[in-house]
Design a protein around this ligand. Structure first.
Ligand SMILES: *Cc1c(COP(=O)(O)O)cnc(C)c1O
Length: 457
């Protein structure tokens, strides 16, 4: 087979700023060993997130010029609504300024003390919005999903038996919603199979619990289903996406992911009563129902991006770029999550830095080393992000200590990715000298965004 090439030409470019290792050492110190605190211009290759970092197409930019900024009933809204409906077949579409705004609305309405939301794995903002409402989130990832180094085709699946047991234990009346995150971002960008979606829906229906999809990466998930699940090879991505959404009562979406947009999100659902409550809250917190915190031009960019993302040449290149980097790392012996996920490479920091105890945040230590070595910025997905404290103030660590290198959509070329692999391998070969970190300042929620750390001497 020929090389899979970037399925686009480049019309406009942005310069990258170069720094030296010495400069980066001092930048890191000033940023208190938290790359969220580093200025983007001090980053060479930015793999902090794939959220809102996509390169938009010339068609999207043309759409932006056609954005209609009417307060109510803008034609841009109707194009947006039509695009969302064509994928989800959900009649009620509510724009929001990003994914977490959709989450804030739905969990404010359905959450509260004594309620439980069950998921394969809740993303960090989803969990935070659930907990902020007073409710609790429960992750029930399948057994394969708990073992980073053992490959399996659908490691994002929910554990069906655990779901059944949990519903019996907690009582269906205390579970306002089950949420399937596709692909499973915090669990390694691993896909959920159509079979699993169907099984979860069956249990939800039997227990009268609504099923929502956290649809941020619906197209990447659909592509994995096409490649890996029996019976889908000849179906189009749109057909697969339609089927995925057909089993759900609603969805939340961040358009900063699989809509190639730099901002935006939405809620879509079938229940009119719930949609009315959502719209009431939307007007208080986001804006009128036909713009929801977005400009008309953003709605245009999303409407177009949602269709572009389902192009199979794009998805093939997308999934292949992640696999390409993952394979290079596997060849060099670097412990990574297998198989490659949809939007990011996940390094197993617990194995990579086995000399650093979890109380010293090996994931964060690795993130800092990658920056220092090569100006590559990733993010820790481990005990800094998800760790809690017990009553005695001792850290309750996360299940996994991962470092995520998320690849922005249509932004970097193969040589950028080659460079990233060189940096990681260099750090791996010198790993024994890397030191752990300790937290010196933190907030009670989503602490990883702002925490300050210092090296353990
Ligand atoms: C990014 C993301 C969100 C939140 O969306 P924002 O637009 O960043 O607010 C929710 N769920 C998943 C799975 C995500 O990846």
């Amino acid at each position: 087979m020929n090389t899979i090439i970037e399925p686009f030409k480049i019309k406009s470019v942005e310069s990258i700023y170069f720094t030296t290792t010495e400069q980066r050492k001092s930048i890191l110190e000033k940023a208190c060993y938290n790359p969220f605190r580093i200025k983007a211009k001090d980053v060479l290759i930015d793999l902090l997130t794939d959220s809102g970092t996509s390169a938009m197409s010339s068609n999207q930019w043309a759409g932006i010029m056609q954005g209609d900024e009417s307060y109510a009933g803008s034609p841009s809204f109707f194009r947006f609504e039509e695009s969302v409906k064509s994928i989800t077949n959900m009649p009620l579409v509510i724009p929001t300024h990003q994914g977490r705004a959709a989450e804030k609305i739905i969990f404010t309405i359905l959450g509260g003390k004594g309620k439980y939301f069950i998921s394969n794995t809740l993303f960090d903002t989803t969990r935070a919005n659930i907990e902020f409402s007073g409710a609790e989130g429960i992750d029930l990832i399948c057994e394969e999903g708990k073992h980073p180094s053992i490959p399996a085709p659908f490691k994002g699946n929910m554990d069906i038996n655990a779901l059944q047991k949990t519903i019996v234990n907690i009582g269906a009346e205390n579970i306002p919603m089950v949420i399937l995150t596709v692909t499973n971002n915090s669990g390694g960008g691993q896909p959920v199979s159509m079979q699993n979606i169907k099984e979860v829906q069956k249990i939800c229906t039997e227990n009268k619990i609504p099923l929502f999809i956290d649809a941020c990466r619906f197209a990447e998930n659909a592509y994995f289903i096409k490649m890996r699940e029996k019976g889908f090879a000849d179906k189009s991505i749109a057909e697969i996406a339609n089927e995925m959404f057909s089993y759900a009562d609603g969805c939340t979406m961040s358009a900063k992911k699989d809509a190639f947009a730099n901002i935006g999100g939405f809620l879509a659902m079938r229940d009119l009563d719930l949609a009315m409550q959502c719209r009431n809250l939307l007007i208080v917190t986001e804006g009128f129902t036909t713009y929801g915190g977005l400009a008309g031009r953003d709605l245009e960019a999303i409407a177009i991006g949602l269709q572009e993302i389902m192009d199979e040449h794009y998805l093939q290149y997308r999934i292949r770029s992640i696999e390409y980097l993952t394979n290079k790392l596997i060849e060099a012996g670097v412990p990574v999550m297998q198989p490659a996920g949809g939007h990011a490479v996940y390094i197993d920091a617990k194995k990579f830095l086995s000399h650093i105890p979890v109380e010293q945040y090996p994931g964060q230590a690795l993130v800092c080393s990658l920056y220092e070595q090569g100006g590559v910025r990733g993010v820790e997905i481990g005990s800094l992000m998800f760790g809690k404290y017990d009553k005695a103030g001792k850290l309750i660590p996360a299940q996994l200590e991962l470092v995520r290198l998320a690849i922005p959509r249509r932004v970097y070329t193969q040589s950028h990715i080659d460079y990233v692999s060189e940096v990681i391998i260099e750090v791996y070969n010198n790993r024994t000298g890397i030191k752990g970190l300790t937290i010196i300042e933190e907030t009670p929620m989503l602490r990883h965004f702002t925490a300050k750390l210092s090296p353990v001497l």
